[in-house]
Each structure stands twice: as structure tokens, then as C-alpha cells.
Design a protein around this ligand. Sequence first.
Ligand code: NCD
Length: 326
Amino acid sequence: MHAEASQLHKLSDVEGQSYITVEQIQSRTFLQELFTLADEMERVKKDPVAHSLRSIALLFYQASTRTHGSFRAASQFLGARAIADYHGMNGTSVEKSESFEDTLKSVVAISDPQIVVLRHPDNDSSERAAQVLDRPVVNAGSGKAEHPTQALLDAYTIQKYLGQLENLHVVAVGDMLNGRTIKSLAKLLTLGKGNTVTFVAPENLSMPEDIVRQLDKKGVKIQQTTRLEDVLSTGDVFYWTRVQKEWFDSASEYEAVKDRFILTPDITAQMRQDAIIMHPLPRVNEIEREVDKDVRAVYFHQMENGLLVRMALLKTIAKPLMSDFR
Ligand code: NCD
């Protein structure tokens, strides 16, 4: 059995290890070292003889454009020759009711990946995968709970634009209940001193109490409101999110809240000039297209940063696994 969730104090601690939750990250040093390596990945991307990864499996039980595409591209830029690529599980034996564990073991047996990247609707899916597999698992989105590589690219983006990960006011808007990206980012922000996170959500989509308590205990100042107008002039980062339609019980419940917080030029006009506007994407209608032209809107750059951060992470995890080839 693989040691599934080692504590990460410095970047080398993730060598040969799984990355399941941002809660593994214990210090800013880990992030700083990862971001420095991500900066270097700009150059590696252009190097056709990079051999930092041999094989990988991508298992995506849920829809994905960015996460799947960037893990795949990252693997190729690092030189992977075998990519077992399951982008959606239609057409696999999951349709014949094969268990999650059996599917995982099969994919490993038939393709011998050095790393397994997993996206799955269950909150504990990556932990379970790491328990049954004898190789590192990277969580590419687990249920409503975590999206720990998205949090890394979000933090990398904030660091690039604002030059710091402390003393920030991050205003997160939208579906705090079902969204997983903001939960992971908020937990990561506990590593910086003096951060405040304001959750702006419709009442029935507010952040679960246990997560609020956990963040509070770790020293992030948490505010919750439905009044966006109260925080527009003080936010450094506005992190807009999609209302997560797939988790609603009925279309009418979704319809009732989906248009509650739509970002328009009238609203951005009330934000500070040095603020940034982020979104993990995909967007539905919660940010008007007009806003894309605003220099403060960085959501398309977040994706470029995602490729670099995922390259840096995969390269580091694979490091001890490549020793046979040197
Ligand atoms: C997010 C996800 O899958 O949680 N997408 C992504 O990976 N960038 C956000 C979302 O689906 O709203």
C-alpha cells in the first residue's frame, strides 16, 4: 500500500508521493519552491528532449476541459511516452458496474503508469485510490471537497500578479456549498499571514460550517455575506465561481439561484484598480463577456499557469521513479 498523504514541508517531500489534499502542504517553502520550478517549466516546454516522466494514467470520471488537457499536455512536455487516457468513463467497464477499485487496479496493470491522475465525483475518491494503488495518485478534483492542483495554480497566479500570498482580502463569489476549487484555495491561504476571505453566496449555497470552522482555527479571517456591494472596494482578489448545476436536485432550485451574482462592468467599476478577477472556469453566464477585456480579468492566464504548475508537480513526483533510466 502506498503512503497516501505525506506532509509536505519542502518540494522534495512530494517526490514519489501522492497529492490528495492541500492540507498536506505545511509551509510556504513548499509553494515557493514549486513556483520557482513552475517558472522554469516555460523553458522545459520548449525542450523536445525532456525525459522527466515515462508514463501516466489520466482517469476522469467527470467532465473536464482544462484540468484534463493540461495534465495531458504537461505529461507530453515532460516526455511521457505512454499516456493511458480515460476522458470520461463511457465505453469502459464502469458501464458493466465494475467497481472503482477494480478499474483502478486494471488501468495500472495494463498501462504501468508512474502516476495516476484522478477526477471523480466522490469526496474521498483520491484517498481510496491511494490506498489501493502502489504508486502516487494526484487528485484532479474529488466531489465537492477538493481540487488541490487548481489551488496551486490559483495561488501561483495570485503570487504572479500581486507579488504576495499574505495580507490579502480574497472575495469568493458564487456556489460555496458545491464548488471544490474555492475550498482548496481557502485552505491554502491559511499558509499566509493576515489573509481575509469573504464568501459571498446565496443563503442556500453558503460554505459548509465545518470548513468555516477549520479555516478560522488555522488563522484566516472569514467573513460571510450576501451583500457583494459591501466588499467591492476592499477586495484584492475576486474569485468568481459557477453555480454547480450538476449537484442540484431539481432544475427549479438551480434556476432560482443561478443568476444571483453576475459580474458586469458596472460591478467591476467599483473594484480597485489593482484588484484581480479570477475564475477557475468553465463560466456559464456569471461573468459577462464584456468583463474579459478588463486588464484585471486574469482567468485566461490562470490556465497557462495551470500547465506550468502541473508540469512542476508531475516532474517532482516522478523524480525518484525515473532513476532506473539514468
Ligand atoms: C472546476 C472543477 O472542476 O471543479 N473546473 C476546473 O477544473 N477548472 C470548476 C467548475 O467546474 O466550476
